[in-house]
Design a binder for this molecule. Structure first.
Ligand SMILES: [Zn+2]
Length: 152
């Protein structure tokens, strides 16, 4: 096995210790495109339940502070194995027959990963469109808040 000379992005030499990583994916390892590629490779191994991908994503540098906070709060909404709650608003019935509790919990965890990922990407699109009235672009000329209680 040869180790690539440059690994600037934190990508492993081989994904899941068997898949060669294409250069364009390696170069954008912390993007949604690379996350989709990782999910597909996971599927190629015939294993269920790919790991959460949203914590592998870097937010775009151009996002404003307010949208970045929204993006982060979506990312941090994780599935709770203790309650096992489905994603809010899921049109399910409470009378689901669960054959395998561990499997069902993993399915729900993946549902949370997918739904929060959608919201994160939506937040990026809204902010980067440049047309959102919610955007919060502080100007560099803003003066820091005055402090009145400093010791002299
Ligand atoms: Zn914004």
């Amino acid at each position: 096995m040869t180790i690539p000379a440059s690994r600037p992005t934190g990508a492993p030499a081989l994904y899941l210790e068997q898949f060669t990583i294409p250069d364009h994916i390696r170069a954008s390892w912390h993007t949604w495109e690379a996350a989709a590629w990782r999910r597909m490779r996971w599927g190629d191994t015939n294993r269920l339940h790919p790991p959460d991908q949203r914590f592998t994503i870097d937010p775009p540098d151009e996002m404003c502070p307010r949208h970045l906070r929204m993006w982060t709060s979506w990312r941090d909404r994780t599935f709770d194995y203790r309650t096992g709650r489905r994603w809010p608003g899921h049109p399910g019935t409470p009378f689901v027959i669960i054959h395998d509790l561990a499997d069902a919990l993993e399915d729900r965890r993946i549902e949370w990963d997918e739904k929060t990922s959608e919201q994160m990407q939506l937040t990026e699109q809204i902010c980067l469109s440049g047309r959102s009235p919610q955007c919060d672009h502080p100007t560099a000329l803003d003066s820091p808040p005055a402090t009145h209680n400093q010791e002299r």
